[in-house]
Design a protein around this ligand. Sequence first.
Ligand code: NDP
Length: 394
Amino acid sequence: MRTVSILGVTGSVGQSTVQVIEELRGQGAEIAVEAVTAGGNLNVLADACRRLQPKFAVVADAAQLSAAREALAGLNVEVGAGPSALEEAGARPSDWVMSAIVGAAGLHPTMAAVRRGATVALANKECLVCAGPLFIEAAAKHGAQLLPVDSEHNAIFQVLTHPARVEKLTLTASGGPFRTSSHETIAAATPDEACAHPRWRMGRKISVDSATLMNKGLELIEASYLFGFPSEMIDVIVHPESVVHSFVHYVDGSVLAQLGSPDMRIPIAFALTWPDRAQVSTPRLDLATLGSLTFEAPDTAKFPALKVCREALKRGALATTALSAANEVAVEAFLDGRIRFLDICRIVEDSLSALEGNGAASIAKSPTSFDEVAAVDQAARDAARRIAGSLAAA
Ligand code: NDP
């Protein structure tokens, strides 16, 4: 019997995880569910509880406790709400935890799982971008096994046979919905256009990140913290078919890659069954039909976010904390229709500059505590809100 918890069960990754669990249960696998969490979508949370029968279900907003109790009535599940209940979901005993809350909101619930030495399937990249060195140190200290679920990092994990003999990593990027669009089209992009990803079905925040290429920059930072390679050893290449999920280049000239259809159930199933593998009904690759795979260099003039992320990574881990927080605020402002698409990256850059102006040394270093991370995260959000407000008013 395996016990699992799903943080962010109502999201795109969370729902794919539910599907994989159901499929494996259908084959006779004994998987018990300890805890599931939602942001605010009570209908999907209730559906997940019906399908998974968890012991504990949590909604993020404490004010929704009675609404959640009503929505989950009769489902024989203990209901919690608010930040401490989210952390309790990560802390409750389960062998395996899917970390699929979006944004820095996922950090503390995931850390609760890390601190008790659980196996953590990590979809939430913002946890690492926000608190990378502290997160990795805590995992090592408490014996938590981190299994990357982000498809690129999962691919690297699968072929990282000789970490000490790596020359470089190459992350593949689909290029997003605006890969071939003109500057004018991108400048006028609406939230729905930015969220119309050509290959992956994802939540709206990561979809916008994919459109700006910020997602690839966040993944560059994630890869650096997870695998311990500096920025100079991590390349990015645009691969519109999203079939090769990344490459590991070794010192003898060998290059290893993992391929698969663009379907998150593949890395999720890998993480859930690791170190074994299981039969999962994901779409199979048909190479003859595919015919060819193409690659091109990213256009950093059109998509400056990649460069901004690389510079933040070089500056220090608190710079990546600030970058991720400012980006969350900017993406939310764009999705709410308050700013334009091209303002997103500008807000991130200007927020980093504003924080440096307030004491440059403060973000050009690694954090020594989660309190320090929280303070920089808050300062970056405040700066980003101010800048977004002035852009919206202009
Ligand atoms: P979604 O937006 O689809 O889902 C996000 C989840 O987080 C939902 O369960 C949502 O709840 C919950 N949530 C939102 N805000 C809060 C909050 N303040 N507190 C607690 N829970 C909250 O995102 P995705 O599933 O697409 O992505 C999840 C994470 O995985 C992201 O970090 C993303 O970068 C990463 N990822 C996603 C991939 C994908 O293919 N989707 C691929 C690789 C990585 P509710 O819906 O109830 O509001």
